[in-house]
Design a protein around this ligand. Structure first.
Ligand code: ATP
Ligand code: MG
Length: 370
């Protein structure tokens, strides 16, 4: 309501204007209530919320932010965020960059950062910065929570995993050393039976079997991922060691065609013994009188299905030998039982000049032992 007095012709007049402002009052009340509601939410939020001007100066902070930083609202408001002395010196450059990037791209930016709390301890924060622009005004809203406990738990898990990996590598190393000792013992024993060529051969075969397993353990502790080895690398090493053991010079050539294949230890051990048996046989029997020849090893996979082919272009398996039912020697019997262990199949290609074995298998699943 407004009242005004005026004169006209020596007479006094009053004008009263009455306006109904009920609507205005209602809007004011709604605004006040809404402001109170958001203020309460802001104050009660367990996550910290900080409002920063585009110049980097703090405009408002909620109690969670005061608690986390360990300073009162009065100490914080009006200060530039980089001058708060709460960030580790090494992080300042990155924080500054993040803030400029946010202003440039006008987006939300989520990252993990560190602050030094009032006791001088590092705390990890998961922070989300959002830019809010209204006309020519702008703010940055920083919302975040303390993830220090989670960070420390993560570090602990990582370091315990690392410890276990080191331990496993150590075990593989020891297993390899022990197998090498057994191989040296067999080598020593063969000097006592040097007049008996069968005994020397038996000991050399056993030595190669032990060494082919030792090589797996050696590669496991050298490999980046302790649970598997690149079997193509393994095959190259094994072939080299077998050719050396049988004193092969240049008349027999190894032909290796293997693609990079990562296999776990359950599969690698039987597979390595199997390759060692078949390649040893080719080296021993395929090329009598040191004729020239080739021994091929190929390993390829499709949809987790592996095909291993071991062949030579030598004299071929004697026709009377039924390789699935050999009684008098150990090698081919071992091959059959290793194929079973791999849940695979083995065939002999009789049309191939020389000997050609085709083995199909899948990677064995790791079986829990406890
Ligand atoms: N690649 C091959 N070429 C020609 N003959 C082979 C080949 N592989 C195996 N043989 C023949 O098959 C026989 C059986 O092989 P097997 O591996 O079972 O026994 P081994 O090599 O004589 O003895 P070990 O038990 O030490 O392996 C061999 O004695 C050999 O006569
Ligand atoms: Mg053999």
């Amino acid at each position: 309501m407004s009242l005004s007095a005026w004169k006209s012709g020596g007479k006094n007049f009053f004008t009263t204007i009455i306006r109904d402002i009920t609507k205005n009052k209602q809007i004011e009340k709604a605004l006040r209530e809404s402001e109170e509601k958001y203020r309460t939410l802001f104050e009660a939020d367990p996550d910290y919320t900080i409002l920063v001007g585009l110049d980097g100066v703090l405009l408002d902070v909620n109690p969670a932010a005061e608690r986390m930083i360990g300073r009162s609202k009065e100490e914080l408001i009006g200060k530039h965020f980089l001058k708060l002395d709460i960030f580790p010196k090494d992080d300042l450059k990155l924080l500054k960059e993040n803030f400029s990037k946010l202003k440039e791209h006008g987006d939300t930016n989520t990252y993990e950062m560190r602050i030094i709390d009032k006791n001088g301890l590092i705390r990890w924060i998961q922070n989300a910065s959002t830019i809010i622009k209204k006309g020519n005004m702008g703010y940055v809203l920083e919302i975040g929570s303390d993830i220090t406990e989670r960070k420390y738990a993560e570090e602990e898990i990582k370091s315990s995993l690392k410890d276990k990996e080191v331990l496993l590598k150590e075990i593989h190393h020891r297993v390899k050393n022990n197998l090498q000792i057994i191989s040296s013992l067999l080598d020593l024993q063969s000097t006592y039976v040097k007049d008996d060529s069968t005994a020397v051969n038996v000991l050399r075969e056993s030595q190669n079997r032990v060494l082919s397993m030792a090589l797996i353990h050696e590669m496991l502790y050298q490999s980046k991922d302790i649970s598997s080895i690149d079997f193509s690398d393994y095959i190259r090493n094994l072939i080299y060691s077998l050719f050396t053991s049988y004193g092969v010079k240049t008349n027999i050539k190894p032909m290796i065609s293997v693609e990079e294949t990562f296999l776990n230890i359950e599969t690698s051990i039987p597979l390595s013994l199997l390759i060692s048996e078949l390649v040893s046989n080719s080296l021993k029997y395929a090329f009598p009188q040191r004729k020239n020849g080739e021994i091929s090893i190929s390993l390829h996979s499709q949809n987790n299905h592996y095909k291993l082919i071991i062949s030579d272009n030598g004299v071929g398996l004697p026709p009377e030998i039924d390789f699935k039912n050999v009684k008098s020697s150990l090698g081919l019997r071992l091959v059959n039982s290793l194929v079973n262990q791999l849940d695979g199949t083995i065939e002999l290609d009789r049309n191939h000049p020389g000997t050609k074995f085709i083995i199909n298998f899948k990677e064995l699943k790791y079986e829990k032992r406890v």
